[in-house]
Design a protein. Structure first.
Length: 114
């Protein structure tokens, strides 16, 4: 890795948002690393879907890594859906890294309502 390389040390190539239509919802699959380098891209996408009042099913089963910025972006999307007419549902199957991270947040006494 070169010293002049900008962005994630793992590059954005590891991060991908895949959208499919699912019974009137957008199914948004987050693949790779949802972290400080990619959370803004994720936030921008869910905010666009929110502005269009498009309900979202969020699939975190393909995450290889998540950090506090990524977790906060997910929780902010869920919270935003509870504040208005827009809907976000997190699919129950989480990747092992996502399960561990959200479990650590709960163990630390933080509110994690997925």
């Amino acid at each position: 890795m070169g010293a002049d390389r900008k962005g994630s040390p793992h590059r954005d190539a590891a991060f991908r948002l895949q959208e499919t239509s699912w019974h009137g919802w957008v199914r948004l699959v987050v693949t790779g690393e949802l972290d400080v380098w990619t959370a803004l891209t994720f936030r921008r996408r869910w905010r666009t879907l929110q502005a269009a009042n498009q309900p979202v099913r969020l699939d975190l089963s393909q995450l290889d890594f998540i950090d506090s910025a990524g977790a906060r972006a997910v929780l902010d999307a869920v919270d935003a859906s509870r504040e208005g007419n827009w809907r976000v549902e997190v699919e129950p199957e989480l990747s092992e890294p996502a399960k561990r991270y959200f479990a650590l947040m709960r163990a630390a006494g933080l509110r994690v309502d997925l």
